[in-house]
Write a protein that binds this ligand. Structure first.
Ligand code: XMP
Length: 324
């Protein structure tokens, strides 16, 4: 019978055979796929041969970088580079409010930082591992010439590093026969915690497209705090796994509120929660109003800068999942 344990044995043996005594580099995004590849490499190979790199753009969720590091260390990571590029990204984004401009700046800077930091590792012609799934292979049409789907296209498609490795035949894609739910099961078999395995999809540009308009470190902090309350509540209420993707959006308007006798202008936060199969279409998650009301109060009571919370009741189409 086909079991995850047997598959793990087989794929580990394949990795060992292909890599031999050479080195492998893996760029970790913090998502399920790259983390599972990391766990797989560390399971298959001597830990010294595995080089992991994670770039903190300053646009990650609350405690995300710390959790990624903790997870990878617990899986045995030795050569782990956590690149703190928060200031670099936030200065590059200062004053920019156009969404596509934000995406372009982040994508370009990501590639620059990645190339610079990989160069510093001096690992020459190491293999490059990628978290490509079976569905990515179909959708990118491998040789059929179709474009890779949007969800994956963010940083890597244009990366000269990835292109060079591909040309040199130095790419390893150990998840390319698996569907997402199988990757999750493989991750569990490898001992990766639910916190990462069950995590909702997160866009490459991160919080940059969830802070509408100009991004500032202060807005990042406010959004991170509010969104972590939203996520914690979804988990506590047993709703997180019923929802395909949920997140908060910080709007570029101030709205009036009252504290005591004073009128105060606070930020407006929009909550989004959708059900979907693949992100191409989406239905609004039908919360019980009690849940929404309680979550709203928790957020406005704990995040002083937020004065008003709204729930986005638009399906896709016509709306997109993200606001930018
Ligand atoms: P939309 O907003 O297009 O989102 O309905 C569909 C899915 O794609 C994610 N998304 C992105 N992912 N880079 C990414 O890596 C992006 O620029 C980007 N924009 C949207 C979104 O979170 C949703 O899961």
């Amino acid at each position: 019978a086909w079991s995850m344990e047997a598959y793990l044995e087989q794929v580990s043996a394949e990795i060992r055979k292909r890599v031999g005594k050479e080195r492998v580099l893996l760029l970790i995004s913090g998502g399920v796929d790259s983390t599972v590849v990391g766990g797989l490499l560390l399971q298959a190979l001597p830990h010294e041969q595995v080089y992991l790199m994670y770039i903190d753009t300053g646009l990650m969720r609350k405690d995300e970088s710390v959790e990624v590091e903790r997870t990878l260390r617990s899986l045995g990571a030795k050569n782990l580079s956590i690149i703190h590029a928060e200031d670099e990204f936030l200065s590059a984004l200062a004053g920019i409010d156009d969404p596509e401009e934000k995406r372009r700046i982040i994508g370009d800077l990501f590639i620059t930082v990645q190339a610079r930091e990989v160069e510093k590792l001096s690992i020459g012609d190491a293999f490059l591992a990628q978290g490509t799934l079976y569905t990515d292979m179909i959708e990118s049409g491998k040789g059929v010439g179709k474009k890779a789907k949007v969800i994956k296209s963010h940083h890597n498609v244009r990366s000269p590093l990835v292109e060079a490795k591909r040309e040199a035949g130095r790419i390893i894609e150990p998840l390319d026969r698996l569907y997402k739910d199988e990757v999750r099961r493989l991750g569990t078999t490898l001992g990766i915690g639910d916190q990462i395995i069950r995590r909702h999809p997160f866009p490459g540009p991160g919080l940059a497209v969830r802070i509408l308009g100009e991004i500032t470190p202060e807005k990042c902090a406010i959004l991170r705090e509010a969104d972590s309350i939203f996520m914690d509540e979804l988990k506590k209420r047993g709703l997180y796994d019923e929802i395909w993707q949920a997140f908060s959006v910080l709007l570029p308007v101030r709205s009036v509120g009252v504290t005591g006798d004073a009128r105060e202008y606070g930020y407006v936060l929009a909550l989004r929660a959708i059900i979907s199969r693949d992100g191409m279409t989406a239905d609004v998650y039908p919360f019980e109003s009690k849940d929404l009301l309680e979550i709203s109060s928790l957020i406005t009571n704990s995040v002083r800068e937020i004065g008003r919370v709204v729930y986005d009741i638009s399906s896709k189409p016509p709306a997109t999942i993200e606001w930018e």
